[in-house]
Write a protein that binds this ligand. Structure first.
Ligand SMILES: Cc1cc2nc3c(=O)[nH]c(=O)nc-3n(C[C@H](O)[C@H](O)[C@H](O)COP(=O)(O)O)c2cc1C
Ligand code: SF4
Ligand code: SF4
Length: 262
């Protein structure tokens, strides 16, 4: 790595990506690099300081792509001639066309894409019970991969592989703007006011400003399906309207998600 400083710009809906970023941060710091973390969408892309730094971008995969607010952020990043940039994405299985899309986007803006770490982690969308031990192992493995990726960046051996056949296939299914509207109907969230303790955590956690907090929280129509609110509600008061049950996976305490969201 060319610089002594790394700036992470990242989003994590349920905590997996936070764990990856934290691990990479600790590796970089152990090599005396200065690391700053900035949370998408709270930080403004216009505020990105590209001087003497390497840019790290980290986010979860959603529907073979990522959330519209993540793309909005990435598209508004400043032009940065020759600034090194790397990407970490966490996904359950497959990150679709992100590899190519991000390479193109960064290169077009003048960044030098120096490596991408596509790291499998447990699913944040569980409508069936899951095996906690298997998920815990998967977290440990993911964190280890993040460590290896950080080391490869440090010794300049990281790579940005070209697209494979699977990525090309998923291009066909990649969800476009209109499809989010359709998903809004399928994944409609509702509050059980009998259970809600009006703590406001869902309101504070929502990255899409989709929750209004009056007497009880109320959903608007801008949900981007990050599943943060339903995963971290302490009273189990949020349900999917047309689904029987949701099994949240919450690898970090909600205080940490809040801390990383401010
Ligand atoms: C709405 C939604 C869509 C998802 N789509 C994909 C996907 O297309 N491919 C995949 O491998 N994982 C997918 N996942 C799983 C997440 O990418 C994965 O669990 C990720 O590690 C979550 O990271 P986070 O905890 O930092 O948000 C999806 C999760 C959600 C909530
Ligand atoms: S997080 Fe749960 S308990 Fe707290 S306000 Fe939201 S719905 Fe109610
Ligand atoms: S309403 Fe819930 S699931 Fe939708 S964007 Fe906000 S936090 Fe995420």
């Amino acid at each position: 790595m060319k610089t002594k400083r790394v700036d992470f710009y990242y989003f994590s809906s349920t905590g997996n990506t936070i764990l990856l970023v934290e691990q990479m941060k600790s590796i970089f710091e152990s090599r005396s690099l200065e690391v700053q973390c900035h949370c998408i969408p709270n930080v403004k892309p216009e505020a990105i300081d590209i001087r003497n730094t390497t840019i790290g971008i980290a986010f979860p995969v959603a529907y073979f792509s990522s959330y519209p607010f993540v793309w909005r952020f990435l598209k508004r990043m400043p032009i940065a001639k020759g600034v090194d940039a790397f990407v970490v994405n966490s996904s359950r299985q497959h990150s679709g066309t992100i590899r190519r899309q991000l390479y193109d986007l960064l290169a077009k803006k003048g960044y030098k894409p120096i490596g991408i770490g596509e790291i499998p982690m447990p699913s944040s969308a569980n409508f069936q019970p899951y095996d906690e031990e298997i998920y815990e192992d998967s977290v440990q493995e993911g964190v280890l991969r993040a460590e290896m990726f950080a080391l490869s960046l440090l010794d300049n051996s990281s790579v940005w592989p070209s697209e494979n056949m699977m990525s090309k296939l998923t291009e066909l299914f990649k969800l476009r703007k209109l499809a989010w509207r359709f998903l809004n109907r399928d994944f409609k969230l509702v509050i059980d006011t009998m259970k809600c303790i009006r703590c406001g955590i869902c309101y504070k956690l929502c990255p899409a400003d989709n929750i209004e907090m009056e007497h009880y929280p109320e959903y608007l129509d801008k949900c981007q399906h990050c599943f943060r609110c339903v995963s971290y509600c302490p009273a189990d008061a949020i349900k999917f309207k047309d689904k029987e049950k949701f099994y949240p996976h919450t690898p970090v305490p909600h205080e940490k998600i809040l801390e990383f969201s401010l």
